[in-house]
Design a protein around this ligand. Structure first.
Ligand code: GDD
Ligand code: MG
Length: 373
């Protein structure tokens, strides 16, 4: 039996799940939700809004916790013509990846299928095609699927010939994924799915709801080949910036700084100062108000707004949080994560993969991989 929703939905709604704890991006995520991490100087959530608006979505329901809501409201993101609403997980009870969808039931309504999206992925999906796959089958849920080299840290899907999901396995053990086709974290759901999710308690769409729908042959997949990036881990976050910089580099004119050298691709936000003999790039993004003093070298790195880096310092392959102050003659090596408002004193050498929690101060060279909290 087919459900009689039209593929020409006039008022498309999307629920964005963004209330997770981003443990793999700690300590940088201690002071900012993952969905607000800048990708080439634009918060991820803004990229998501733009993509949804381009796909004729009219209303977005952000499913978050109270703290994430606070951070998002503070950012005052451009709404891209979207109506923005919130549903909030109860205090001290994260609802997982299905509970917040149930929480949004009243706002979504029962008239038409709707989109659900993980708030930590950057992707170009043709949502209209995803929607058409959904309404042209007897699916209750249709998952956007993409191929990756290492599927084990995702939801892995095996499909029948008619796009029906044969098996959905969330994060199978290493080497045991039956395919490399993964859940891209974007779905179209029919309102009937609300009946499968318990109200007011934690529930996982991947571990509880999708297996149920698979058993009932109501879960479908829609494969796509366009850009898809998960920013869940620091190296993935750096890579996402790199890929976007490559995409933007061709047609973007970059400001030059007198006496400094710029290696493309890079992105520079407003009010950035770059000193003499400083080398910036390739693959660097500098946020608003960043100051790089003289003879600094910075490569393959993301620098959040209001950071200052002192004379003769070298930063390579690192993420530097908002308002951090790096002294003179400092070395910040590959994989380092410097959180917001951290202070690194002059002459300090930070070993590879060193991470430091917000607002801490480092005054001695660190030679062991470590996390300072
Ligand atoms: N409101 C709310 N409450 N949102 C939550 C909660 C919660 O308790 N827990 C997680 N989320 C949000 C996260 O903020 C994120 O945007 C999304 O739900 C997915 O959670 P993650 O914790 O990022 O899951 P994952 O990356 O391990 O796996 C998921 O995404 C993969 C694709 O990136 C799964 O959906 C996989 O199957 C999928 O392949
Ligand atoms: Mg994720």
């Amino acid at each position: 039996m087919f459900y009689c929703y039209s593929s020409k939905v006039t008022y498309l709604k999307a629920v964005i799940l963004a209330g997770g704890f981003a443990t793999r991006l700690r300590p940088l995520s201690c002071s900012r939700p993952k969905t607000l991490f800048p990708i080439v100087n634009k918060p991820l959530l803004q990229w998501i809004f733009e993509e949804l608006a381009n796909n004729d979505v009219k209303e977005v329901i952000l499913a978050v916790n109270a703290l994430t809501q606070f951070h998002i409201k503070q950012q005052k993101l451009p709404k891209c013509g979207l109506k923005i609403k919130y549903v909030i997980d109860p205090p001290k009870m994260p609802l997982g990846t299905a509970g917040p969808i149930k929480n949004a039931e009243k706002l979504v309504g029962h008239d038409e299928p709707f989109i659900v999206l993980n708030g930590d992925i950057l992707t170009i999906i043709n949502y209209k095609q995803l929607f058409n796959t959904h309404v042209n089958t007897d699916a209750l849920a249709t998952i956007a699927l993409c191929k990756v080299d290492n599927p084990c840290r995702y939801g892995v899907v095996e499909l029948e010939k008619d796009k029906r999901v044969k098996r959905f396995i969330e994060k199978p053990p290493e080497g045991q994924a039956p395919t490399n086709l993964i859940n891209a974290g974007a779905y179209v759901l029919s309102p009937k799915v609300f009946d499968y999710i318990p109200k007011g308690k934690p529930c996982s769409i991947e571990r509880e709801i999708f297996p149920l729908l698979t058993k009932e042959h109501k879960l479908f997949g829609h494969t796509f080949n366009d850009l898809w990036m998960d920013i869940g881990k620091p190296e993935e976050y750096l890579l996402t910036n790199k890929i976007i910089l490559d995409g933007l580099a061709l047609n973007k004119k970059i400001k030059t700084f007198k006496g400094a050298k710029v290696e493309m691709p890079i992105a520079i936000d407003k009010h950035v100062t770059v000193g003499k003999k400083t080398i910036v790039g390739p693959y660097v993004t500098l946020g608003r108000n960043v100051v790089l003093r003289d003879n600094v070298q910075i490569y393959n790195s993301i620098v959040f707004p209001d950071v200052e880096i002192g004379d003769n310092s070298i930063v390579n392959g690192a993420i530097i949080g908002e308002g951090a102050i790096i002294g003179k003659n400092v070395r910040v090596n590959n994989g380092c994560i410097i959180s917001d408002q951290v202070k690194i004193r002059d002459n300090v050498n930070l070993t590879e993969d060193f991470a430091i929690c917000p607002a801490k101060e480092v005054s001695e060279t660190i030679l062991k991989r470590n996390i300072i909290c």
